[in-house]
Design a protein around this ligand. Structure first.
Ligand code: C2E
Ligand code: MG
Ligand code: MG
Length: 758
C-alpha cells in the first residue's frame, strides 16, 4: 500500500496507459467489425447482382435462341420482308429489350423490329462501336455483350447483345442483335441498386474492363468511362490481388469465388466485393467508399472515448483525493519532524535545516544556545506539568524577544537556540546579556510564581566553526562555560576546546579510577590553640596512571557534572569513616571527623540513611561526624536541603559551612540554617596580616559564630603569625600547613600515636 501511495501517479499513468491500450484494442475490433459487416453486405449484394445479371442475360439469350431458330425455319430469312412481326411481339412482351435486328455475317442489318429505321442503322461489322463484339459474336457459341451506347433512334442507353445463328453444320448464317435498355423495367439495370451517395454497383467486362453498367449516385452512362480503369492499372491491381489471395485471378474466376478488394479511384478509397460471371465474362462489383465506415467508426470512437474519458476522470479524481490526503499527511509529518510538540518552535532537525541554509549562504551569523538553569529542579519539585508550563512560558518569552520564529528552536529538554544574522559579536553579547535579564523576570504558572534564569553560549560562523557540527559544538562549549557560573553569557573561545577535552579525559579516567581503586583518602588535622589535634578533615586524592595527580577541585566538579559523584561520594563517606575508626583507635580518643559533601550527594534520596549505615558499620558515633557543605547547596532549593540537615542533626551529626565568606550567604540565610560550625576560608587567612579588610571580615565571622553559638575553624593557616592573629581575634580552632599537611592513613596513625605518647 505504501509503495502504491508513493508511486501514486505512476500507477495512474499505468492505468491510463492500460486504458488506452484497451481502448485501442476495442476500437480495433470495432473497426474490424464495421469492415466485415460491410464485406458481408457487399458480398451478398455482389452475389445477388451477379445472379440477377446472369439470369437476365440467360433469359435474353434464350429469347435470342428461340427467335434465331424461328427465323432459321423461314426460307426468306435474309431476304423477305424487312419487318418481322414476331420481333415486334417479343419486344412488346419483353420491356427490357429495345429493338431487334438481324444482320448478315458481313454486318449488314437485314431485318429489324418496327421501332427501328433500317436505313439509318450502320453496318455492325464496320462500325467501330459495334465491330469488336460483332466479330466476337461470330466466333462465340454463346451470347456476347457489346459496349453500352446511346441509340439515337431509340433515345435510350442500351447494352447490345448479339448471338450468332448457325446452320446445322455450325456455319454462321446470321447474327441476332438486340439492345438491353438501361433504366427501364424492373431489372438490375434500373440504376436503383445503390444505397446512398457512397455506394455503387458496377458491371464491367473481363476482356477489356469496359464498364457496362453502373448504379451509383450521380453517375449516368455518359460518365461510365470515368470509372473504367486502364489496362495497365487493371494489371497492377490484379497482381496486388493475386499476392493477397495467394492464387491467380484465373483460378478465382473459375471458382466463381467472391473476392474482396480495396481500390482507389479519383483520390477516394473503396472497399469492393467482386463476383465473376464466366459465361458472359462479366464482373459484378458491389462497392462502397470508406466514408460511411469512417462515419460509423467515428460514432463508436466518440462513444468509447467518452466512456474512457469518464472512467479516467473518475480515476483521476479518486487519485487526486488520495494524493491530496497523502500530501497533507506528508506535510504534517514534515512539520512534525521539524517542530517541537510542546512549544511549536523548530526542533533540532528544523534548526539543522535552517543552519544548513545559512551555511550554504556563506554569510556570517551567530548561533546562540540557551539553557534554563536548574530546570530539573522545577520538574522534580513541582512535577512535569509545571515543567512543561515553564518551558512554554519560557519559549513564549523568547519568541517575544527574538525577531522571527524561524530563528528560534527548542533543541530538546530545557535547551533553546537562536540564530541571528547579526555577526557583530559585541552587539550579540550585549543583546544576550539583556536577554538573560529579561528571561529572569518572574512569571506565574498556575498558582505558583516562578523565576527561572538561563545561561547562554554563543558561537559565530565561520570564525568558531565552518561546519555545522563544529559550530554547534562551539556554541555548546560556550554554554557549558556559562553554565558554570549560571545566568551568564559566554562567547566561544578556542581555550574552551582544551578545557572541554581535559574535562572529557578526566571524566573517562575517573570512571576507570573509581572502578580500579585508584582513589584514596588523606586526612588533615584540625588543632586547638594548644596545637592538640581535635579533628581531621578527610580529603580525597586521586593519582591516575596517565594524568598523574589530579586536584579534587577539578575531578570533584567533573564527577558532579558527569553522574560519577554518587559513587565517588559513597567511596569518600565509607572510606573516611572506616579509616577514621582506625585513626581513633591509634589516637586512643574520639576526634571530629570532617567530611566534604557535594550538593549531588546531599540530594540523594537515601543520603542520610547511607551515612548512618556507614557510621553503624564502623562503630562511629554520629556525634563524631561533621559534614562540610558549601553555600552552593542552597542555590536552587532551600527547603529539601534544610530538611536533610535537620534529619542529620537529629541524629547528632554536625554541619559545617565550608569556605565561609566567599559565597553569597547572607545573614538571613544563616539565621534560617541550623549550622554547627563555620570554616573561615583560606583566602581571608592568607591576607589577614596585610589586608585590614580581610581581618575585619574575620572579626565579623567570629562575631557571627559567637552570636549564633557556632564552632569556628580557620583553614589554610600557613604561618605562625597568622595563627597568632587568629587567636587574638578569638579563633580557637585551626587547620593548615603550618600545623600539618593532609597525611595518609599510616603516617597519621603514627603521628596520632605519638601525640598520645606525648
Ligand atoms: P576544602 O574542603 O576547603 O578543603 C581544604 C583544602 O585546602 C584542601 O585542598 C587542603 O589540602 C587545602 N589546605 C589546607 N591547609 C592548607 C594550607 O595551609 N595551605 C594551602 N595552600 N592549602 C591548604 P584539597 O585537598 O586539594 O581540596 C580542595 C577542595 O576539594 C576541598 O576544599 C573540597 O572542596 C574538595 N574536596 C576535597 N576532598 C573532597 C572530598 O572527599 N569530597 C568532596 N565532596 N570534596 C572534596
Ligand atoms: Mg572542606
Ligand atoms: Mg575550605
Amino acid at each position: 500500500m505504501t509503495i502504491l501511495k508513493r508511486n501514486l501517479w505512476t500507477l495512474f499513468f499505468l492505468i491510463l496507459l492500460g486504458g488506452l491500450v484497451l481502448l485501442g484494442t476495442v476500437l480495433f475490433f470495432r473497426w474490424q467489425a464495421i469492415v466485415s459487416e460491410e464485406k458481408l453486405y457487399h458480398g451478398a449484394r455482389a452475389e445477388l447482382v451477379g445472379q440477377s445479371v446472369d439470369s437476365i442475360l440467360r433469359t435474353q439469350e434464350l429469347v435470342l435462341d428461340v427467335i434465331g431458330r424461328e427465323l432459321l425455319n423461314q426460307d426468306d430469312m435474309l431476304s423477305g420482308s424487312r419487318q418481322i412481326p414476331l420481333l415486334d411481339s417479343i419486344l412488346a412482351a419483353n420491356p427490357v429489350l429495345v429493338g431487334f435486328g438481324l444482320a448478315r455475317p458481313d454486318g449488314t442489318l437485314v431485318r429489324v423490329s418496327s421501332n427501328l429505321d433500317l436505313s439509318k442503322l450502320p453496318n455492325l461489322r464496320t462500325n467501330p462501336k459495334t465491330r469488336d463484339t460483332f466479330i466476337r459474336a461470330l466466333s462465340s457459341g454463346s451470347m456476347v455483350l457489346g459496349r453500352t451506347y446511346f441509340v439515337d433512334a431509340l433515345g435510350s442507353w442500351v447494352i447490345p447483345i448479339r448471338k450468332a445463328i448457325r446452320s446445322e453444320t455450325g456455319n454462321v448464317i446470321a447474327v441476332m442483335t438486340a439492345g438491353l435498355r438501361l433504366g427501364g423495367g424492373d431489372t438490375v439495370f434500373d440504376e436503383t441498386l445503390h444505397d446512398g451517395a457512397h455506394d455503387t454497383v458496377i458491371l464491367f467486362r473481363e476482356v477489356d474492363g469496359f464498364v457496362q453498367f453502373i448504379s451509383g449516385e450521380g453517375i449516368g452512362p455518359e460518365q461510365y468511362w470515368k470509372v473504367q480503369e486502364s489496362m495497365a492499372q487493371r494489371q497492377q491491381n490484379r497482381e496486388g490481388l493475386e499476392r493477397d489471395l495467394g492464387h491467380s485471378v484465373e483460378a478465382m474466376m473459375a471458382n466463381k469465388e467472391a473476392v474482396v478488394v480495396r481500390t482507389r479511384r479519383a483520390g477516394k478509397d473503396y472497399l469492393a466485393v467482386a463476383v465473376f460471371n464466366p459465361r458472359y465474362q462479366l464482373w459484378a462489383l458491389s462497392e462502397t467508399q470508406f466514408v460511411p465506415m469512417y462515419r460509423a467508426f467515428s460514432v463508436s470512437l466518440a462513444q468509447y472515448l467518452l466512456v474512457f474519458l469518464a472512467v479516467i476522470l473518475v480515476f483521476y479524481k479518486w487519485f487526486r483525493v488520495i494524493d491530496t490526503a497523502e500530501g497533507k499527511r506528508r506535510q504534517e509529518l514534515y512539520y512534525l519532524a521539524r517542530h517541537d510538540d510542546l512549544t511549536g518552535l523548530f526542533n533540532r532537525n528544523g534548526l539543522l535545516d535552517r543552519l544548513d541554509a545559512l551555511l550554504s549562504g556563506k554569510k556570517p551569523f551567530c548561533l546562540v544556545v540557551i539553557n534554563i538553569d536548574n530546570f530539573k529542579g522545577i520538574n522534580d519539585r513541582f512535577g512535569l506539568e509545571y515543567g512543561d508550563e515553564t518551558l512554554l512560558e519560557f519559549s513564549r518569552r523568547l519568541a517575544g524577544l527574538v525577531d522571527g520564529r524561524d530563528n528560534l528552536a527548542r533543541l530538546g529538554g530545557d535547551e533553546f537556540a537562536i540564530v541571528t544574522q547579526n555577526a557583530d559579536l559585541a552587539a550579540v553579547e550585549k543583546a544576550c546579556v539583556s536577554l538573560v535579564g529579561d528571561l529572569s523576570r518572574t512569571f506565574e504558572v498556575g498558582r505558583l510564581r516562578l523565576q527561572v534564569t538561563a545561561s547562554i553560549g554563543v558561537a559565530a560562523f565561520p570564525d568558531h566553526g565552518e561546519s555545522l557540527s563544529k559550530l554547534i559544538r562551539s556554541a555548546q562549549l560556550a554554554l557549558y562555560e556559562a553554565k558554570q557560573r549560571r545566568n551568564d553569557v559566554c562567547i566561544y573561545r578556542a581555550e574552551m576546546e582544551m578545557v572541554y577535552l581535559r574535562r572529557l579525559s578526566v571524566e573517562q579516567r575517573l570512571r576507570y579510577g573509581l572502578a580500579s581503586n585508584a582513589l584514596y583518602m588523606m586526612f588533615q588535622p584540625q588543632v586547638d590553640e594548644t596545637e592538640k589535634t581535635v579533628g581531621l578533615e578527610a580529603l580525597v586524592r586521586w593519582q591516575d596512571e596517565e594524568l598523574g595527580i589530579v586536584s579534587p577541585v577539578e575531578f570533584v566538579e567533573v564527577a558532579e557534572k558527569s553522574g560519577l559523584m554518587v559513587s565517588l561520594g559513597r567511596f569518600v563517606v565509607e572510606t573516611s569513616i572506616y579509616e577514621y575508626s582506625i585513626l581513633r583507635e591509634a589516637a586512643g580518643r574520639s576526634l571530629d571527623l570532617a567530611i566534604n559533601i557535594s550538593v549531588i550527594q546531599f540530594r540523594q534520596p537515601k543520603f542520610v540513611e547511607s551515612v548512618l549505615e556507614a557510621l553503624k558499620v564502623h562503630n562511629v558515633s554520629p556525634r563524631e561526624l561533621v559534614l562540610e557543605i558549601t553555600e552552593s547547596l542552597f542555590m536552587d532549593d532551600f527547603e529539601p536541603v534544610l530538611a536533610t540537615i535537620e534529619r542529620l542533626r537529629e541524629h547528632g551529626v554536625r554541619i559545617s559551612m565550608d569556605d565561609f565568606g566567599t559565597g553569597y550567604s547572607s545573614l538571613s540565610l544563616l539565621r534560617k540554617l541550623p549550622l554547627d560550625e563555620l570554616k573561615i576560608d583560606k583566602s581571608f587567612v592568607d591576607s589577614i596580616l596585610e589586608d585590614e579588610r580581610a581581618a575585619n571580615m574575620i572579626r565579623s565571622i567570629v562575631a557571627i559564630a559567637k552570636s549564633y553559638n557556632m564552632e569556628l575553624v580557620a583553614e589554610g593557616v600557613e604561618e605562625e603569625a597568622q595563627a597568632q592573629a587568629l587567636i587574638r581575634m578569638g579563633c580557637r580552632r585551626f587547620q593548615g600547613y603550618y600545623f600539618s599537611r593532609p597525611e595518609r592513613l599510616d603516617k597519621l596513625k603514627a603521628d596520632l600515636a605519638l601525640e598520645v605518647g606525648v
